[in-house]
Design a protein around this ligand. Structure first.
Ligand code: GMT
Length: 379
């Protein structure tokens, strides 16, 4: 099939998922056309049947706000017409679903019917989309999609609760390529980070308030009071300088490393002993699944889709939002108990396997067959 994938090209979970999906589909023989404003970060390398179409947004002195949605819709039309696309799969509703609606109407005038699959990822529904500035357009464009998917049951339910959705929302969970995370820890790397055999705790996010990175620091401070430990902070975003201040005040600087945005998560997770995700909300928590695939137990909150991924007492522990004392106690329980640690590592990997790329990508292919009426034949 010729598939157009529209996504944010950045380090956010929706862009990562969309890019990994495109790569997996291309390996199965589909032609994938990414339509976005920058090369997606996880794309890398050369792939014979992956194409990248950049959305250019020319500026003009009149525009205080350059009209990205118009530029995106026009690029979609161009790609549909010139590459005989069979369908458009848009990740993150805003503004991708409404731009796809517009493109679909335009090509319909030329006698082309292009199905649109919209995948809801989280903040497009729970934070941004619910705002009344966006909600009528989000509701309309979701309802106009040929098929709608959500990345967890929780996100599906939140969408039904907050929007008047007239269609079925299918849950297709996010996935991870378990093979990619099957790395042996690189001893010299571990020694640089933890020269005296300290435990290594990791957190990765876009450092937005919803991630509650402050709680990561609070939990880490309590862990470090009890055992030698190092904290790796991966990612960047608006809260970063506040977090740096917090580390300085708590005299934690020596034991906290800010690694910035990283593409090779598997290398960092391979040397990590525990992953912290104390978010106020996660529709899924893709990064927690990646940690589990690397056999790293997860300490998370119990919000959103997280309980569907992180299983209490098996793959890690879950706490109420802000309960840093429990998160620290649970972390120590795992780090100080070798047999619990080993069993959680195994359980984490077993749980990640349930969300393996090989199990989830065919679910998208089946959906594509349904909306296009085309049968996919793999050699
Ligand atoms: O976490 C973010 O703020 C980024 C956001 C995105 O759209 O890139 O992530 C959302 O989608 C991810 C992929 O489906 C999910 O794993 C994240 O849980 C979700 N984030 C939130 O719900 C806050």
């Amino acid at each position: 099939m010729n598939i157009g994938i529209v996504c944010y090209p950045t380090f956010g979970g929706s862009g990562v998922l969309a890019t990994e999906l495109g790569k997996a589909l291309s390996e199965k023989g589909h032609n994938i056309h990414f339509i976005t404003y920058q090369q997606p970060v996880r794309l890398g390398g050369f792939h014979t049947n992956i194409f990248y179409h950049e959305v250019r947004v020319p500026t003009y002195p009149l525009f205080d706000y350059p009209p990205y949605e118009t530029a995106l819709g026009s690029t979609m039309v161009d790609v549909i017409m010139n590459n005989k696309l069979d369908l458009l799969h848009v990740h993150y509703a805003i503004p991708h679903a409404s731009a796809a609606y517009m493109a679909r109407q335009i090509v319909a005038r030329q006698g082309i019917d292009i199905p649109v699959v919209t995948t809801l990822h989280g903040t497009d529904i729970t934070l941004v989309g619910r705002d009344k500035t966006y909600s009528p357009v989000v509701t309309f464009s979701i309802n106009e999609s040929s098929a709608i998917t959500a990345v967890s049951k929780n996100l599906r339910d939140e969408t039904y609760k907050n929007f008047e959705i007239e269609k079925e929302i299918q849950v297709i969970y996010n996935f991870v390529d378990v093979k990619r995370f099957d790395k042996k820890p690189v001893t010299p790397f571990r020694q640089v980070i933890a020269p005296n055999g300290e435990k290594i705790i990791a957190h990765a996010s876009n450092f937005r308030p919803v991630k509650r990175v402050e709680d990561v620091i609070k939990v880490f401070a309590q862990i470090r009071e009890q055992i030698p430990a190092k904290l790796l902070l991966i990612g960047d975003g608006p809260e970063r300088s506040k977090i740096e201040d917090l580390c300085r005040h708590g005299a934690l600087c020596e034991d906290v490393r800010f690694l910035g945005r990283q593409e090779e998560m598997e290398e960092i997770l391979a040397i990590s002993d525990l992953f912290l995700l104390p978010s106020e909300y996660e529709s899924f928590g893709l990064v927690a699944l990646e940690a589990m695939a690397a056999q790293v137990p997860v300490i998370s909150t119990n919000v959103g889709g997280l309980p569907e991924i992180n299983i209490e007492g098996k793959t890690g522990f879950l706490s109420d939002i802000g309960n840093v004392n429990k998160m620290a106690a649970d972390s120590l329980r795992i780090l100080q108990n070798p047999s619990l640690f080993e069993s959680m590592k195994e359980n984490a990997l077993a749980q990640a396997r349930k969300f393996d790329i090989d199990k989830i990508v065919p679910q998208y292919e089946m959906l594509y067959q349904r909306v296009t009426d085309k049968v996919i034949l793999h050699q």
